[in-house]
Design a binder for this molecule. Sequence first.
Ligand SMILES: Cc1ncc(COP(=O)(O)O)c(C=O)c1O
Length: 353
Amino acid sequence: MNINNLETPALVLDAKTFSENIGAMKEILAGSTLKLRPHYKSHKCSLLAHLQIKDGAKGMTCAKLSEAIDLADSGIEDILIANQITDDKKIRRLADLAGDCHLTVCVDNIINVEKLAEAARNAGNIIYCYIEFEIGMERCGVKTKEEALFLAKAISEKTHLRYAGIQAYAGHISHEVSEEERKRLTLENAAKIKELVSFLKENGIDTENISGGSTGTAMIKAKDSLYTELQAGSYLFMDATYKDLNLPFKNSLFVLTTVVSKNDDLTVIDAGVKTCGVDQGMPEIVGNKAEKIVASEEHFQLHGLKEKVAIGDKLLLIPGHCCSTVNLHDKIYIMADGKIVDRIIITGKGIGR
Ligand SMILES: Cc1ncc(COP(=O)(O)O)c(C=O)c1O
């Protein structure tokens, strides 16, 4: 089917660019001790997770227990939940899930460690723990090496928990436009983590894994061998936010949309915030440019389009943020040479618990 026959709005993936992005990541990691543990949040498709594993990824990263369940249910064997699970009911489900796969979860609090230990013991399963270390993002994580040591020792004393490493994710650096500044901040953080790992070692705790990193810092991380796992997700698709960072990845994911109304300088299309994530910014239009874009639920209002369009014309949008866009769709249509050649079901659509 010709792409223009698709009902819109529809999420489409350019097969060639997608494959090139996979190849570019392989090239970055070739010869490095850093292993890919890609983030499922970007595609939320069990099928693509299996493709990444077959292609050499050591396991998957996800954000939510429900996402880990989707991955485990599809047969993925090594899963990291890069977050804290603190709700009692979820902790019990997590402990059960640890019987189905090698399951790692982040911790930054002793009460949470105690609860995980009890649930894992009751379930008769082992839960692996990464201590999350806060390195400037101001999200989760312990702030001092002493707190990390305290948690590592507590974990080591539990029969059904294993201290498996550190998560240090610096998401605030990923989109830093200046390559030099991105590198400086990443290396500054690497020094902090090195100090932490040495401190833990001096106190009898060996750290096997250091996990983190993103599409924006992959190249820097692959050169400094401190991290062992790279959690990049967006590299497969890219988006308008990552587009101009001079990374070796290209935009492969688009929202196909139709012009539904025109009025003087204003063009209205049938995609809005319910089909194209704007949490990191407005979409860009392939081969065109708007002076201003206003978003509503089912429409984008494009003011002052550079190239003329007519009602019924199809436009391709580069989403502002690929991950939040994928979460809004049921399927990704695969496009090759302007034709739809397949589609993938987004098994994790909208699951956020
Ligand atoms: C914990 C964690 N790891 C990795 C990533 C991957 O980042 P990216 O999609 O920018 O590669 C994210 C993104 O939000 C994240 O929250």
